[in-house]
Design a protein around this ligand. Structure first.
Ligand code: ATP
Ligand code: MG
Length: 368
């Protein structure tokens, strides 16, 4: 049996210990059971899945260890079919993990000797699949709403002989504003997917100057909304980052701080450097975010007050874009808020080390 097992593990003549080390390094649990379903061999990952030691597992029936009808069923169908079978099963435990389990029957001259079982924890992958499904559902919902309203208005205009010009004009204005909204969603989705999938071109630049220029751009709209922007920017803080993406981070945070503020409110933008990092804070004296919403505001399309956000043209993608950009730069973002008093968003970003900066600068100059 042990000879057959080492062949099945793919070790061949190679060192079995090296094989085990490899299996452990890639997080794979390996178990072999005999023809009675009793564990004959287990590696340390199999033991970890079961929060015990490998020697504790050996000698126990598989079903008593896994308590999983799905795994039992998989093993039986592999034996009956005489071939390898795989499936994803939900594994016990409070967090509900998912395992991709493969069962391969072991035979010697056509006689069934046991089964090799290989399992991989695919919980993260599974969660990502769920996030993606939710995302697709959200996107279709977000697109359907403006599309339905455009269609209804267009149909009314089509049948609207004798309609007052004032009314038809207001319908057309709504159609244009809904089309603008769809364009914004499409642009934001593109930005988000770029931030997620494409490594951004990084170069050294003056973050202080960029922050000041974004603040200047917002002074007009802030004034019209009766809001004061105050800046406390340490000069000449340089970083290695994607400048266009950092500009988006600043724009999104300052835009939110103005948009979700109260009349006569204020926005404070602070920037300071410390060795190896920069720290940006954007605080406002606005509506705030209730504690139960705070953990979710970085999710795509999540809006605390849908009506308010929609009224101001929001798509609910701004903060998820910010988070992706910051994390793609190895930084972190946190949000604190007092409901009805205001919110503070903090970003810590590594500056990138000086020698890398010099090399990036030199490479940039060579490409001009
Ligand atoms: N400074 C803030 N104060 C209060 N609530 C905020 C603040 N920033 C964000 N929020 C809440 O978090 C939600 C998500 O923000 P996000 O920036 O992702 O979307 P949005 O502003 O609604 O739309 P977009 O930024 O795409 O135009 C907002 O709808 C709002 O409810
Ligand atoms: Mg926003």
């Amino acid at each position: 049996m042990s000879k057959r097992l080492s062949e099945a593990e793919g070790a061949g003549n190679a060192d079995r210990r090296a094989f085990n080390a490899l299996m452990e390094a890639c997080g794979t649990a390996v178990l072999a059971i005999d023809k009675n379903g009793v564990i004959a061999m287990a590696n340390s990952n199999a033991a970890k899945f079961n929060e015990t030691s490998a020697s504790e597992l050996v000698g126990k029936p598989l079903i008593r260890v896994t308590l999983s009808a799905d795994i039992e069923q998989l093993v039986r169908s592999a034996i009956e079919g005489g071939e390898m079978r795989s499936r994803t099963v939900r594994f016990r435990g409070p967090e509900g993990r998912f395992l991709r389990v493969t069962a391969r029957p072991l035979t010697n001259d056509g006689v069934h000797e046991g089964t090799l079982i290989v399992a991989q924890d695919v919980t993260t992958l599974r969660r990502l699949q769920i996030v993606r499904q939710d995302f697709v559902a959200n996107v279709s919902h977000e697109l359907r709403t403006p599309l339905a309203s455009i269609r209804a208005m267009a149909e009314t205009l089509q049948d609207g002989r004798g309609m007052e010009e004032r009314i038809s004009r207001s319908f057309l204005e709504t159609i244009i504003s809904e089309v603008d909204r769809l364009t914004r969603i499409a642009n934001d989705l593109l930005t988000l997917s770029e931030a997620e999938s494409r490594p951004s071109a990084k170069a050294g630049f003056d973050f202080s100057k960029l922050t000041e220029s974004v603040i200047t751009r917002f002074q007009g709209p802030a004034k019209r909304a009766g809001i004061t922007i105050r800046a406390n920017i340490e000069p000449e803080i340089t970083v290695i980052a994607a400048q266009d993406q950092m500009e988006q981070v600043l724009v999104n945070l300052i835009d939110n701080a103005i948009k979700y503020n109260s009349i006569d409110g204020s926005v404070d933008v602070g920037l300071r450097g410390s060795p190896g990092s920069i720290h940006l804070t954007v605080s406002d004296t606005g509506v705030g975010i209730a504690q139960e919403h705070l953990p979710r505001i970085f999710e795509r399309f999540y809006r605390v007050d849908r009506a308010r956000s929609r009224q101001s043209g929001g798509t609910g993608l701004g903060l998820s874009i910010v988070k992706h950009i910051v994390e793609a730069h190895d930084g972190s973002i946190t949000a604190n808020s007092d409901f009805n008093r205001g919110s503070t968003f903090k970003i810590d970003l590594p500056t990138g080390s000086a020698d890398i900066k010099e090399r990036v600068d030199a490479a940039n100059q060579n490409t001009v």
